[in-house]
Design a protein around this ligand. Sequence first.
Ligand code: ZN
Length: 147
Amino acid sequence: MTTNLVEAVNFVLRRTRHLPISAVFWAKFYRLATLMPKMGLRQAKQIEAGHLSYTVDLRNRRCECGIFQTLRYPCAHVHAACARANLNVEQFIDEIYTLERKLRIWGNEFPVMPDVSNWEVPPPIFEMVPDCSLRRHSKGRPQSTRI
Ligand SMILES: [Zn+2]
């Protein structure tokens, strides 16, 4: 499960991994901004066809799938419900995702780390011995697609 999740994240970020973190953030933002309406439309079509049905309570910000109340971000079902009710889905995005909140977090001062040569590093209490049998072979997946 974890491996599949990491593979999925690697696949999404494969073209942006050499960029600065702000560019990676914006690329991820725009990718999600284009993906979520498509997912909502797909869910709306599936619901209309009678394939799936999730109970969405917009007043209490809850969805039967659990994603909406967990992430505080509209899931595809909420997008579909908002599209059906002709509501703006942005009003259901929690304030933790606002730019003001992010600026407040990153607006704090962070202590500057001293030069590495001045660090006091205690001597290791054990010796690390690599297990050569666990090394990856040069064959297999290309390392260039990894983050
Ligand atoms: Zn949902």
